[in-house]
Design a protein around this ligand. Structure first.
Ligand SMILES: Cc1ncc(C[n+]2csc(CCOP(=O)(O)OP(=O)(O)O)c2C)c(N)n1
Ligand SMILES: [Mg+2]
Length: 532
């Protein structure tokens, strides 16, 4: 016999989930009191911080991470970051505390209406039929999270943890995986489509962010002698952005997208749907006659893509198989240059690097950042410049919130650094964005997490202001008066406020060489010149 609680710890150990992120309430005390020494509980001061940090941790370690939330209050607070975790394909096992099942029907204090609270964002919501099923549900949740790459909830009534169990085994495999291979026959149609093309082009998405996929894509692009774009609004980099074939980021509007892809007669998208849009525009995504294909391991991405050929497959193996199967056509004379497109864009953006502009910060950072630096972006109005001036040079080099929900960047940067202390980690966070989850800074201070967060201080929701002005008057005020540097100090994080380029350069010269070795966070509050 053992307790349900002990049996659940065993499941967590089997799956390497010994770092737990959470914010506790009384429904979690029976689970968390006397937590075994080999389980580390990382306290976050808000549930979006707990889930955001766990998502960063899961993405950077490429395995499910554990989260503990407190009934309706905790789960409700976390919905934004659970949606982001789903969009960002972060595998999470989320234990949601519930009142004791023996009097749930009487709706005691802290009873949660939990099952539907996070909507369809979780891949699955487990409600263990008996206390003895909790370990099995956690085991199955782990497999679901890993295979489906998203959050899975397990709702656990607080009395369940102390119940006894003598179940011989939980109904789940000890280890499970997914095959990573793709046979030549699987890529015949896409190989033919590329082989017949006069001017092919590749587009990569967040699902292509792995060393294996990058290598295979470089080989395929070299073979085809073609450029490689990144999908619009990408959350992760799908191709080495310092490679001369990297052509930049596709626009999200249909007209601009059609124009960008018009010179090509075959478009193959890897690790994304075809293709993410933003504000609605009528019309097709590409010019008639363009041959198109999508490769993704996410069936939802393939399903919603209006392409000639869709393939559900692990991208690394599929692209490697394609590179072995394609016989490229000679190539149309006069097609766009397969190299140098991003460099030309970079030069244009870099020209704006004068005074205290985002471009100045990015240029100075680029001059000092090591190639394996992880850049976590949540800086809406300067995102485009950031992506060009701070190219991802290694897998996991760039991360942002897939669906744009703010409050992800700071905790995600912290979680990444906790999982990968070998990688330097920078957060580039808008001043407005920084406030959505500023409490996360305390976790970084308390646990000695060496991230550096640059706050892009334009004292505005600039991206919103720009869009709103096109229609009329802005009803909200500027963000003048918010002192993120002082908030950081109040949360135990040292900070420096910078309002002149010479000072910025001084700070970067001091901070950047030690970025990899840091064991304390730092906030750099960058006061930008007024922007329109
Ligand atoms: C949780 C959440 N609330 C509101 C929004 C809408 N929103 C998108 S961008 C933005 C402004 C961001 O301001 P800031 O971080 O200062 O970036 P800037 O536009 O100034 O670069 C807002 C409020 C959102 N995406 N997520
Ligand atoms: Mg701002």
């Amino acid at each position: 016999m053992s307790s349900v609680r002990e049996a659940t710890f065993e499941v967590a150990r089997q799956h390497g989930m010994t770092t737990w992120f959470g914010n506790p309430g009384s429904t979690e005390i029976p689970l968390l009191a006397e937590l075994p020494d080999d389980m580390r509980y990382v306290l976050a001061l808000h549930e979006n911080a707990a889930v955001g940090a766990a998502a960063g941790y899961a993405i950077a370690s490429d395995r499910p991470a554990m989260v503990s939330l407190h009934t309706t209050a905790g789960l409700g607070n976390a919905v934004n970051s659970l949606a982001t975790a789903r969009g960002n394909r972060a595998p999470l096992v989320v234990l949601v505390g519930q009142q004791d099942r023996r009097h749930l029907l009487a709706e005691p204090f802290l009873t949660g209406q939990l099952a539907g609270l996070a909507g369809d964002y979780p891949l699955e919501v487990f409600q263990p039929p008996r206390p003895q099923d909790v370990p099995g549900c956690v085991a199955q949740a782990t497999h679901t999270a890993a295979a489906g790459r998203g959050p899975v909830l397990v709702i656990v009534p607080m009395g369940d943890w102390d119940e006894q169990t003598d179940e011989p085994a939980v109904p789940a495999p000890l280890v499970s995986g997914r095959a990573s291979g793709v046979g030549p026959g699987d890529v015949t149609a896409i190989a033919a489509l590329l082989g017949q093309a006069d001017a092919p082009v590749l587009v990569t998405g967040a699902g292509a962010d792995s060393a294996g996929t990058w290598d295979a894509l470089v080989r395929l692009a070299d073979l085809l002698d073609c450029p490689v774009f990144q999908e619009p609004f990408t959350a992760r980099a799908g191709f080495p952005q310092d490679n001369p074939r990297f052509a930049g980021f596709l626009p999200a509007g249909r007209a601009a997208l059609r124009a960008a892809l018009a010179p090509y007669d075959a478009v193959v998208v890897v690790g994304a749907a075809m293709l993410r849009q933003y504000l609605y525009e009528p019309g097709p995504l590409f010019e008639p006659g363009t041959r198109t294909a999508v490769i993704s391991e996410d069936i939802a991405e393939v399903r919603r893509s209006p392409v000639d050929v869709g393939l559900v497959a692990p991208p690394a193996a599929a692209v490697a198989a394609l590179a072995g199967a394609v016989t490229p056509a000679p190539g149309r004379p006069g097609r766009p240059s397969p190299t140098g497109q991003a460099d030309r864009l970079r030069e244009q953006v870099a020209a704006r690097a004068s005074g205290m502009t985002p471009e100045t910060l990015f240029t100075e950072l680029a001059a000092r950042a090591e190639p394996d630096t992880v850049v976590v972006e949540e800086s809406p109005s300067s995102r485009e410049a950031l992506q060009l001036l701070l190219p991802a040079r290694r897998p996991l080099g760039f991360l942002s919130a897939a669906m744009g929900g703010l409050g992800f960047g700071i905790p995600a940067a912290i979680g990444i650094r906790m999982a990968r202390p070998d990688r330097p980690v920078l957060g580039l966070i808008g001043d407005g964005s920084s406030i959505y989850c500023v409490q996360a800074l305390w976790t970084a201070a308390h646990y000695g997490v060496g991230v550096v967060i640059f706050v892009m201080g334009n004292a505005r929701y600039l991206v919103m202001d720009r869009q709103t002005t096109r229609r009329g008057k802005i009803p909200w005020p500027s963000l003048e008066g918010i002192r993120v540097d002082q908030l950081a100090g109040a949360l135990g994080v040292p900070s420096v406020r910078v309002s002149a380029v010479e000072h910025l350069v001084e700070v970067l010269d001091e901070v950047m060489p030690g970025l990899r070795e840091r064991d304390q966070p730092l906030v750099v509050d960058v006061r930008l010149d007024a922007a329109q």
